[in-house]
Design a protein around this ligand. Structure first.
Ligand SMILES: Nc1ncnc2c1ncn2[C@@H]1O[C@H](COP(=O)(O)OP(=O)(O)OP(=O)(O)O)[C@@H](O)[C@H]1O
Length: 256
């Protein structure tokens, strides 16, 4: 497993196991995820990609049947210890979901929401909103209608708004759970360009069903199968010379 990344390690996972009730859904996962890179999680439906992604900001805590063992460190800080403030953790490790989910409020208020909760000064909010919308590649399309309802935006614009909303609280990591699966090809391409831009400043982890997308935008790829992490490496290596037969079978379309 590569662990001497050019920019260092951002996320360190050691022997992570997860159960939903009796269902042992993740088996002893260990992986180091590099800083300032895009890492893609691929694998057939139900293999645990989204479950594992949600472990990285303790989103599974919200599921009562779910139990986790093992360690996850973000920038050297363990996140499964008792003293961790999960609200602060989710600010550090933001998440963008499959379906754009803006709040039913204005474009401005969507982006201002997080900074306000986290105590940003009133006179700083305008600047934060503008910067986040610019970084989310949406400013040019909405700067003259910041007070319009976010739900009036197109699906692709809503997804970029959700990214801007995540950026507004200055995360270290952004988790994307199939962010383009509800979008058309043009909106998808805008989000992919944005992800490539964002990796300069953030560590990105993306779950995708779309192998072309993984090949286009990720630096590293992890292949999961039935709750196991089968193989992890540079994307080029995983797609061109996988070490495991199961990886090869999956990427060549023999199953999944
Ligand atoms: N909230 C939940 N409660 C109980 N079991 C769950 C829950 N979410 C997922 N699972 C189970 O955990 C396993 C992994 O599911 P998960 O959604 O993480 O897989 P996935 O690889 O992301 O799938 P897909 O590509 O279809 O989204 C599956 O057996 C699934 O049924």
């Amino acid at each position: 497993m590569p662990d001497n990344f050019a920019n260092g390690t951002e996320i360190e996972v050691t022997n992570l196991n997860l159960w939903y009730g009796e269902n042992h859904a993740l088996h002893d996962i260990s992986i180091n995820i590099p800083k300032n890179s895009v890492t893609a999680f691929i694998g057939p439906s139900g293999c645990g990609k989204s479950t594992f992604l949600r472990c990285l900001n303790r989103m599974n805590d919200l599921i009562t049947s779910c139990r986790t063992e093992g360690n996850v460190g973000i920038n050297g800080q363990a996140i499964y210890t008792k003293d961790v403030d999960v609200v602060d953790l989710r600010k550090r490790v933001g998440m963008v979901f499959q379906k754009p989910n803006p709040f039913p409020m204005s474009i401005y208020d969507n982006v201002a929401y997080g900074p306000r909760i986290h105590g940003a000064k009133k006179n700083a909010i305008d600047g934060i909103v503008e910067d986040a919308l610019k970084a989310g590649a949406l400013w040019g399309e909405v700067s003259d209608r910041l007070n319009s309802p976010a739900l009036d935006l197109s699906g692709g614009q809503q997804q970029r708004l959700c990214i801007a909303r995540t950026l507004a609280v200055k995360p270290e990591v952004i988790l994307f759970d199939e962010p383009c699966s509800a979008l058309d090809p043009i909106s998808t391409s805008k989000i992919e360009d944005l992800i490539l831009e964002l990796k300069k400043n953030y560590t990105i982890v993306i779950v995708t069903h779309n192998m072309q997308q993984a090949a286009r935008i990720s630096d590293y790829t992890a292949f999961f199968l039935l709750g196991d992490l089968i193989e992890f490496g540079k994307t080029e290596q995983i797609f061109e010379s996988p070490k495991e037969k199961a990886t090869e079978d999956y990427i060549t379309g023999r199953f999944g």
